[in-house]
Design a protein around this ligand. Sequence first.
Ligand code: NAD
Length: 303
Amino acid sequence: MSRYLVTGGSGRLGRSVVDVLAEAGHDVVSVDRSPVAGLRAEQRQVDLLVPGAALDAVADIRPDGIVHLAAIAVPFSLPDPQIFAVNTTLAWVMREAALEIGVPSLLLASSPTVIGYGSPTGWVPSVLPIDERHPVAPWNGYALSKAAIESLVAMTVRQHGDRLRIAAFRPCYVIAPEEWAGTPTQQGHTIAERLADPELAAVSLFNYLDARDGGDFVLSWLRQAASVPNGGVFFVGAPDSLVREPVGQALARLVPEVADQARHLGDADAVFSSRLAEEVLGWRATRLWRDQLAERETEAGVA
Ligand SMILES: NC(=O)c1ccc[n+]([C@@H]2O[C@H](COP(=O)([O-])OP(=O)(O)OC[C@H]3O[C@@H](n4cnc5c(N)ncnc54)[C@H](O)[C@@H]3O)[C@@H](O)[C@H]2O)c1
């Protein structure tokens, strides 16, 4: 059994990460400024932006690994300079605390938005399916904060080598378990509405990730952090697209600049590839939207 500190454990991804780690028999401490009912972790209510708070928490908890999720998680939900400042500061103080206390591993949440899709001045992918070779080209404060976090990961390896095992992951549009059943997603609409109006998901190229698959990814990385190449960056998404029609057709209609390359995609393929995570860690998302919705419909029918 290991002891893990999860920042942002009360969040839509954090709750599933905590659950998966606890289910695997680990001792989990969630550090979040807001507590949440029913979390399978010891909860510490801490604002990590308060100077010294991150170091105090890590010094006291003495974890074997840290999963850093706490952030302003929605682009444009606050002014760009604030999102950039908060997200980079939070990542920085967690890295400093991990190094200072000698925590062996630190995994930080980045985002697929680092590659720049949706840019108002136009954007064309350099490779499709999009994988980690794609250039990083953020166009807003949120994406820039995540690009900076990925640079912080690389810088840490240059500074400290393998003293700290560190990586970043780019979770696709996170869907918490209750959201399959109709709870609104992070954008305020439901999954049913997202499927009914493909324009909503076209913005992020129909990517998605069941939060529990995100938890499985985190567990995979923590287990193997000491043996995989240090400083990794991984796309973490479902192997299909969150759209009812063939994805190439939906892209041609709604994201025409991608249409040419999208002709090579299979009807249900994902636009983002998580193959690196599969090759390096043996992780693959298993919860597909069609199955999740069918399960909920069956449950509703039975009830
Ligand atoms: N949700 C997605 O679709 C998505 C996609 C890509 C990346 N991400 C990233 O994954 C991570 C988790 O996202 P989420 O959707 O679970 O976000 P969320 O907003 O649901 O949860 C974030 C948590 O961080 C906590 N937090 C924020 N500031 C804090 C502070 N100063 N001190 C302590 N706790 C603080 C919040 O209270 C919240 O519980 C974030 O870093 C986000 O940017 C999320």
